[in-house]
Design a binder for this molecule. Structure first.
Ligand SMILES: [Zn+2]
Ligand SMILES: [Zn+2]
Length: 171
């Protein structure tokens, strides 16, 4: 499920607030983001984030000085992409379209079933992690293939388990 993350006093993960995006529109006023029923959406001056199928669309009021990735949004509407940042009223939000990697039992019949790290097949029921790129890795005490290195060998995404988003304050 896509999520919206707000960084408080720093860009450190422990200072982060996470807002899951449900089917309800989300009002963002800088310090807060709250889901509202569609018939109560007529709140002037706030950003609205709506899910539209598998996309998330940010709607900005005409007077908004909110920035997406550091730039104004000319038409007042933007389909958010993974790791877009939203700055509004001094608060910084970041959009994540991806779930954090988790250790789960590998399901029989899942494809691909070859771990890109060790090139061995993953047995059904074995503890495994699926990277956002779709590849599966062993993740056991004997074969810690997923977090063996800092990045996925296929897509270079960070391999920290439970890290909500690969986040680099310098980017
Ligand atoms: Zn492996
Ligand atoms: Zn990957």
């Amino acid at each position: 499920m896509p999520r919206l993350l707000r960084f408080l006093t720093s860009h450190r993960l422990e200072d982060m607030v996470e807002v899951p995006l449900t089917d309800l529109p989300l009002l963002i006023d800088g310090t807060n983001a709250a889901a509202v029923e569609p018939d109560r959406l007529a709140v002037a001056g706030k950003l609205v984030l709506c899910r539209c199928g598998d996309k998330c669309v940010l709607l900005l009021p005409p007077s908004s000085d909110a920035l997406v990735n550091g730039s104004p949004v000319p038409a007042g509407i933007r389909v958010l992409a993974h790791l877009d940042s939203i700055d509004v009223n001094g608060a910084s939000w970041r959009f994540s379209a991806e779930d954090p990697p988790q250790i789960v039992p590998f399901l029989a019949g899942t494809s691909p079933d070859v771990c890109p790290r060790c090139r061995q097949r993953i047995a059904p029921g074995a503890a495994a992690v699926r990277c956002a790129c779709g590849n599966w890795f062993h993740q056991t005490a004997e074969l810690p293939c997923f977090d063996y290195a800092a990045a996925c060998p296929v897509c270079q995404r960070a391999t920290e388990l439970g890290t909500p988003v690969p986040f680099d304050p310098e980017d």
